[in-house]
Design a protein around this ligand. Structure first.
Ligand code: ZN
Length: 453
């Protein structure tokens, strides 16, 4: 889709502190996602993901899949509905209790809309019969929607009742093998956050109702986070419950609000034992499989990254998952520039860039009845990483584009923009000829230093 006017993006203006249908606005990402027409609440804690946000989620899923598959994971899909009987056998039906979304089919068989699938995976193995130790380890994963009947859903996608998750399950013949897999998947998580340029911390965590001997949470600092993280600025060590001083280097700890975006566990035989998920060792009878499991909240990670990177005025995305990479803005209809440049110039630039950068997602703001300044303000607010304006400077010789960047990580006080006072976003634009522009998009950032100033 090349034209912004064709995109379904129901923008709304929300007065400060307003309570809109089914939702109370309590944080930045939630407000931006709603106001910019990226999500829409249907009931408390339930959201329709609209096309622009869907694009970002698709890109995020691609990154997650690439990292987890590099660790050897194989994708599958389990049903969202899990038999309640399985959860009864492991004792979690009562333990997790009111947070489970439960239902009954026409034959009065009881199901739950799964928040996680340890029981379902263990039951799958019980059903297929004992694996040979030679088939282990295995790492199976899925990406799909999960359900949790939160008492009080809030913060939009940060704490929703239906959410998208990666969940992966490691199957092992020994504790040492489980630990090896655990380290490998932890490294895959680290690689994911490196790619997204997000400073997520891995911290020891209690296993809670999941059970098992070992667990870590991955925490991303963000003001709206409900967890408190003690971090050491000196050695980057972090903990959920810290003292005054860092255990590793003795430095003074800083406390940050943060969001849990991932969780990993070694589960031992917590699920395989009661549900009969077995493997056959080299000698002797079948044994319960040692399990590990790995989760990343995908919708939550998207919201948390927006929470972490955005300013109060403007959305900022991890560059790799921005819904569109490049926004093109042409002159206002009827203006002097419009008459001189012509209406085809935006399409021509789109084609040139798409030809040179086949991987870049380009979009044209074709709402030519609006001024360049107004569209620029809106584009900055949406956080397109690169904004190209075809305006006054294009009439000079040689013709130059105004190029604005709004890349992450955002710096504070980037923008004092309001819609009443349209002004260029955050920086003096770089003025680039077409050749310079293409070189810049190719990754030669130094050209941007050549500004008009
Ligand atoms: Zn330290």
């Amino acid at each position: 889709m090349r034209y912004l006017s064709r995109i379904f993006q129901p923008v709304i203006t929300i007065p400060k502190n307003a309570i809109i249908k089914n939702t109370e606005i309590t944080c930045k990402s939630q407000r931006f996602l709603l106001e910019c027409g990226l999500i829409r609440p249907t009931s408390s804690g339930l959201f329709t993901i609209l096309p622009i946000a869907r694009r970002a989620l698709d890109k995020l899923e691609l990154q997650i899949r690439s990292c987890i598959e590099a660790a050897g994971a194989q994708r599958m899909s389990l049903p969202s509905l899990t038999s309640s009987a399985l959860w009864e056998k492991t004792g979690r039906l009562d333990e997790v209790g009111p947070e489970l979304m439960k239902m009954e089919d026409r034959h009065e068989k009881k199901f739950l809309l799964s928040p996680t699938h340890e029981e379902a995976v263990a039951d799958l193995l019980a059903d297929t019969g004992p694996l040979s130790y030679k088939q282990l380890p295995l790492l199976l994963y899925q990406i799909g929607n999960k359900y949790r009947d939160e008492h009080r859903p809030k913060h939009g996608l940060l704490r929703a009742r239906e959410f998208s998750m990666l969940d992966a399950y490691g199957l092992h013949a020994s504790d040492a093998c489980a630990q090896h897999m655990y380290d490998r998947v932890s490294e895959a998580y680290a690689e994911l956050f490196r790619r997204l340029q997000l400073p997520a911390y891995r911290v020891s965590a209690p296993s809670g109702s999941m059970g098992g001997p070992l667990s870590h949470e991955w925490q991303l600092p963000a003001a709206a986070g409900e967890d408190e993280l003690a971090t050491c600025p000196r050695c980057r060590q972090a903990a959920l419950d810290g003292d005054q001083r860092c255990e590793r280097c003795g430095g003074a700890l800083q406390w940050l609000q943060s969001v849990e975006v991932g969780h990993t566990f070694i589960l031992g035989t917590r699920y395989s034992q009661p549900l009969g998920a077995l493997y056959t060792p080299g000698s002797g009878g079948p044994q319960p499989v040692i399990m590990s499991c790995y989760g990343i909240g995908i919708t939550r990670l998207l919201a948390a990254s927006l929470e972490h990177l955005s300013t109060d005025k403007s959305l900022r995305w991890p560059k790799l998952i921005a819904p569109y990479d490049i926004m093109i803005i042409g002159p206002k209809e009827g203006s002097y520039e419009w008459q001189s440049i012509g209406s085809n110039e935006m399409d021509r630039l789109y084609d040139v860039i798409s030809h040179n950068q086949p991987d870049a997602d380009v979009i044209i703001d074709d709402r030519h009845h609006l001024t360049i300044g107004k569209r620029l303000v809106m584009a900055d607010r949406m956080g397109y990483p690169t904004i190209i304006v075809i305006g006054k400077s294009y009439l000079e010789s040689p013709a130059r584009y105004e190029v604005y960047r709004s890349t992450s990580p955002a710096t504070p006080h980037t923008s004092q923009l309001t819609s009443q006072h349209p002004a260029p976003p955050r920086e003096t634009p770089a003025l680039l000829t077409e050749a310079e522009l293409l070189a810049h998009l190719d990754g030669h950032d130094e050209l941007l230093i050549k500004t008009s100033a």
